[in-house]
Design a protein around this ligand. Structure first.
Ligand code: 5AD
Ligand code: SF4
Length: 435
């Protein structure tokens, strides 16, 4: 999400004549796009600010700004205590950045963190480096108010972009040679433009360019409709993987989290999706050590992971966030227990990922070639429709952007390895599915 927002900010600044530099010492303006989701994300920014103090000392004219969720949360501290910061601009006020930068050059300090009910930056063209994969924000904010989560407070109410503007952005990306877009939203499946829902948006996006894979993230179980599942099943370039955060396997904890579903309901959705879209894969988010979580609750989380068998997971220790409802519940799971539970969760996930990947040995996968493997120039890498990384020996006639069939011969928990079988014509193949 922040990656996409950074491209948006670059789009706004480019229009004003700014350009990017890779050398921090050359920069007239340094902007940090921040995240508040957990304490460690905020600590990283404080560490960066210490580093930037040195830069400001050597180049006192440099404008330093904080963008994003921390801006909204810590505006006063950032300007008053972190004296090096000149401007603090929240996620709905990026249009005003040029104005704030101008006044900072003139010695002023600026704060602008108002949240909007309507801002979607529909008309702003994000600045993107050339490439194959693009992120597109299709909705902003969140109305779910999970009790642990700061997002509804830092990013405001849910609002969706116009379907037509998303479609025209994808058309431009397709013309520029992009092969994959990921539609983004905190809660992407509650997208609504008039009476057009997320399934309608996906159907519209998929028909733009059959050679382009469409992914999306993140989905809330409450809004995952049957219509959405049937839409994915119908369109071969809609990727068959869903990121569906479960957060906990205990109904008591889910209720305290205000997640609005039970484990049983969640498992019904997974079963239904697997029937409607054969081969679909799931990934998830899990929080360890939410207030009052017992060993039994924790076991239920491990249990749901064993039942679903996720392809991947983002796993976190609970981090209390000021202003949220959970903040007023006592953070009573001791740090070492949280760490141990997180460790159990990670170990289980790694073994499930490993086992699932082993079952792919001998199968053929269609992958989008993304470039040279990071470890060796003798190998290429790409991804399956289910977003798994595949490494295979380089062949001179192949280049980034090609779709190829690869036969998998071995795997680890994170990576598949295989041999090139043939180049694939994306017009005739399910490019987002297994071969
Ligand atoms: N503590 C730990 N994890 C959190 N997440 C959101 N808020 C918190 C928090 N306070 C996790 C959730 C969410 C993901 C984006 O971040 O799992 O799905
Ligand atoms: Fe936060 Fe996601 Fe819950 Fe929204 S749905 S409040 S972004 S965890």
């Amino acid at each position: 999400m922040n990656f996409a927002d950074t491209e948006l900010v670059l789009g706004i600044l480019k229009q004003q004549g700014y350009s990017l530099t890779k050398e921090i010492d050359e920069a007239d303006v340094i902007l940090l796009n921040t995240c508040s989701i957990r304490d460690n994300a905020e600590q990283k920014i404080y560490a960066r600010l210490v580093h930037l103090k040195g830069i400001k000392r050597n180049h006192p004219g440099t404008v330093i700004g904080i963008l994003g969720c921390m801006a909204e949360r810590l505006r006063k501290n950032l300007i008053e205590e972190e004296k090096i910061v000149d401007l603090v601009v929240g996620p709905d006020e990026y249009r005003r950045l040029p104005e704030f930068i101008d006044s900072a050059f003139a010695g002023g300090k600026g704060i602008s963190v108002k949240l909007s009910r309507t801002e979607t930056y529909d008309d702003i063209i994000p600045y993107r480096e050339e490439g194959l994969n693009a992120w597109i924000s299709v909705m902003r904010g969140c109305d779910k108010f999970c009790t642990y989560c700061v997002v509804p407070f830092t990013r405001g109410r849910e609002r969706s972009r116009l379907l037509e503007s998303i479609v025209s952005e994808i058309k431009c990306l397709s013309a520029k040679g992009f092969k994959e877009v990921t539609l983004l939203g905190q809660n992407v499946n509650s997208y609504l433009d008039g009476n057009r829902d997320f399934a309608d948006l996906l159907a519209a996006c998929s028909s733009i360019d059959p050679q382009m894979r469409i992914r999306f993230t993140t989905s809330h179980p409450q809004d995952l409709s049957d219509k959405l599942l049937y839409t994915i099943a119908e369109h071969p370039n809609l990727c068959n993987s869903i990121h569906l955060p479960v957060q906990s396997g205990s109904n008591r904890i889910l209720e305290l989290m205000n997640r609005t579903y039970s484990v049983e309901h969640y498992l019904t959705i997974i079963d239904k999706a697997r029937k409607i879209i054969p081969g679909i894969s799931f990934s998830t988010d899990i929080i360890a050590g939410f207030p009052t979580e017992t060993e039994e609750d924790h076991k239920m989380t491990l249990d749901v992971m064993k039942k679903v068998r996720y392809d991947g997971a983002f796993m976190f220790k609970y981090s209390p966030r000021q202003g949220t409802k959970a903040f007023s519940m006592t953070d009573d799971v001791p740090e070492e227990i949280k760490a141990k539970r997180l460790n159990d969760i990670i170990e289980l996930q790694q073994s499930v990922s490993y086992e699932l990947n082993q079952t792919l040995t001998g199968t053929e996968e269609i992958i989008l070639v993304e470039g040279l493997s990071k470890k060796s120039e003798d190998f290429l890498f790409g991804r399956t429709g289910t977003n798994k990384i595949v490494i295979f020996p380089r062949s001179n006639n192949l280049s980034a952007g090609d779709y190829v069939k690869v036969k998998i011969n071995r795997s680890t928990s994170a990576t598949l390895f295989g041999d090139f079988v043939e180049l694939v014509n994306p017009a005739n193949q399910d490019i987002a599915r297994t071969a």
